[in-house]
Design a protein around this ligand. Structure first.
Ligand SMILES: [Fe+2]
Length: 255
C-alpha cells in the first residue's frame, strides 16, 4: 500500500493544492491521509477544510484543530519570545474569528489518532499509526534529536512492533529513522515548513509489501497566491517572511 501523508497545512490552500496535484500526477498513491493542523497562520482555513472534505481525505486533529474547535484559550503552540507569543495570539484570534461553525464542527470531530492496516484487519500487521504530535498529546514536539528511547516509549503507547510505522507532524521539519524495525516518520509541513526550505512538504510511505520505504517530497507552489491572501487578511508581515524563508526569520513562532 502506498500512502501519501500530508500534515500542517495551516490554512495555506495554494500549498495544499500543489501537493494534491503532485500526488495525483504520480498515479501510484493508493490513499492520502492528513496528520492535522489544517488551520492557523495563513488566511484560508475554511477553504482547506472544504478541499479535504471534497477529496474525502481523512486524518487526525492537530493542536490547532482541537483548540480552534473547542475555543480553547490558546492555540497550544510554544513561543520563545514575547513577540512570538504576540504573533501566535494574532494568528489564533484571526483563525477563531474566520473559521465557520461548520468547519469548527469538522475539526472537532477529527480523531486523535488513526490505526491503519495495509493488509487488512484479518491478519497481524503491519500497522501504520498516524498522530499529530505524539501518541500522548498533540502538543508535544517529536523532533529529530529525540532519543531512540523516547521513540520506543512512544511506540509502546500504541503497541507498535517491528515492521510497523508511525507518522506525525507538528514540528514542521521532516525526518525519518528506524528503531528496532519500526519506522518513525515526521512528514514535515505542507503549508508552513520550518526547515529553511519554502516548498511544501509531505511524505510517501510504502507499507505492507515485500519492502517498506519512506520518501520525503518537496513541491514548489504558488506562494504569491498565499502572500496576497495573508496580506489581504491583515495578518502580520512576519508570516509572509516565514513562508518565504521556510521559517528562518528571526521571530519564528512554533506551531
Ligand atoms: Fe503545526
Amino acid at each position: 500500500m502506498r500512502y501519501a501523508i500530508i500534515s500542517d497545512i495551516h490554512a495555506n490552500l495554494a500549498a495544499l493544492d500543489a501537493v494534491l496535484a503532485d500526488i495525483d500526477r504520480r498515479g501510484d498513491v493508493d490513499v492520502i491521509y492528513h496528520a492535522g493542523d489544517l488551520v492557523g497562520y495563513s488566511a484560508e482555513p475554511n477553504e482547506v477544510v472544504e478541499r479535504l472534505r471534497e477529496r474525502a481525505i481523512a486524518g487526525v486533529a492537530g493542536n490547532y484543530d482541537s483548540t480552534v474547535a473547542t475555543g480553547y484559550a490558546h492555540c497550544g503552540c510554544r513561543s520563545e519570545s514575547p513577540r512570538q507569543e504576540e504573533l501566535a495570539e494574532l494568528s489564533y484570534r484571526y483563525t477563531l474569528d474566520v473559521t465557520t461553525a461548520e468547519s469548527k464542527r469538522y475539526l472537532g470531530g477529527l480523531p486523535f489518532s488513526l490505526d491503519l492496516r495495509p493488509l487488512g484487519g484479518h491478519t497481524h500487521g503491519p500497522r501504520l499509526v498516524i498522530v499529530h504530535g505524539t501518541p500522548t498529546l498533540n502538543t508535544v514536539y517529536w523532533t529529530e534529536d529525540r532519543s531512540d528511547e523516547f521513540c520506543l516509549k512512544m511506540a509502546k503507547h500504541v503497541a507498535l512492533e517491528a515492521g510497523d510505522a508511525i507518522a506525525f507532524g507538528h514540528t514542521h521539519k521532516p525526518w525519518h529513522r528506524m528503531v528496532e524495525g519500526i519506522h518513525f516518520v515526521n512528514t514535515g509541513s505542507v503549508g508552513r515548513p520550518k526547515d529553511g526550505h519554502w516548498a511544501a512538504g509531505y511524505a510517501l510511505l510504502d507499507l505492507g509489501g515485500t519492502t517498506s520505504h519512506v520518501e520525503h517530497v518537496r513541491v514548489p507552489y504558488d506562494i504569491e497566491r498565499t502572500v496576497v491572501s495573508v496580506r489581504a487578511a491583515g495578518l502580520p508581515e512576519e508570516f509572509v517572511e516565514f513562508l518565504r524563508t521556510g521559517g528562518k526569520q528571526a521571530v519564528a513562532a512554533k506551531s
